[in-house]
Design a binder for this molecule. Structure first.
Ligand code: NAD
Length: 246
């Protein structure tokens, strides 16, 4: 389980799934850079990691803003060292019926959920290529498999992220850098609790009769980040309690 003190960037780690991933990778000895637009949330996660004996750097950054991401990468390298692991987790998930959706909202969702991972990956990848070792883990969504009403913008953005992951997995397959995806099912986070979904009623419809916990996603991320996953790229670990298969 040891990540050998490698530096991991986790975007959106100030809350929910990203926080659980950051805590888990830190447990596995990675040194964590938390990049989140929410400064207070990022600091809170960093404090939790330090309390469990780990190393964490909280950086307030909008992952869709190129200058902010460049500055975050520079600071991460200066304070922690070369970036070896990247988890593109930051995202937003509004619900708005298609015909009522403002075009600006579409642009905002694409900017954060798709352009964000594009920009962040471009900043982090050169370190991994120089080392001949790297892990990029993209948090997609089971809604790419199932669709989701009133989320045309969101599902479009996550579908784009699936395509990006596959393209980069092939382009960089010979380099020692892998690109994989985790599409969460319904996971108990502030995002889900803010959605117009009755999470507890939904849980009863799931094969496992429970919605997922952020730690369920963190366990999949820890595996993909590990040495054990070195022959896996362009793949998907669907973490959804058995609801969607294939
Ligand atoms: P969350 O809202 O609890 O956390 C998201 C984090 O991302 C927050 O800390 C937020 O501040 C940060 N963030 C938002 N915009 C940002 C930006 N522009 N720059 C930097 N940080 C930004 O949500 P979550 O449920 O933990 O979701 C994490 C990821 O998992 C998202 O990509 C989401 O789409 C995906 N996902 C979640 C579920 C679920 O059921 N919770 C299901 C499928 C996919």
């Amino acid at each position: 389980r040891s990540l050998n003190g490698r530096v991991a960037v986790v975007t959106g780690a100030g809350s929910g799934i990203g926080r659980a991933i950051a805590l888990r990778l830190a447990e596995d000895t990675a040194r964590i850079a938390i990049w989140d637009i929410n400064a207070a949330g990022a600091e809170e996660t960093a404090a939790l990691i330090r309390a469990q004996g780990g190393t964490a750097l909280a950086i307030a950054a909008d992952c869709s803003d190129k200058a902010a991401i460049q500055a975050a990468a520079d600071r991460t390298r200066a304070e922690l060292g070369a970036i070896a692991i990247l988890v593109n987790n930051a995202g937003i998930a509004p619900f708005t019926p298609f015909l009522d959706t403002d075009d600006d909202l579409f642009d905002r969702v694409i900017r954060i959920n798709l352009r964000g991972p594009w920009l962040v990956t471009r900043q982090c990848l050169p370190d991994m290529l120089a080392a001949g070792w790297g892990r990029v883990i993209n948090i997609t969504s089971s809604s790419v498999q199932t669709g989701s009403p009133a989320q045309g913008h969101y599902v479009s953005s996550k579908g784009g992220l699936v395509g990006m992951t596959k393209a980069l997995a092939l382009e960089f397959a010979p380099t020692g850098v892998t690109f994989n995806m985790i599409p969460p099912g319904f996971i108990d986070t502030p995002m889900l609790r803010a959605a117009p979904i009755d999470a507890d009623a939904f849980a009863a419809t799931l094969p496992m009769k429970r919605i997922g916990q952020p730690e369920d996603i963190a366990a999949a991320a820890a595996y993909l980040a590990s040495e054990e996953a070195s022959y896996i790229t362009g793949q998907v670990i669907s973490t959804n309690g058995g609801r969607y298969m294939g």
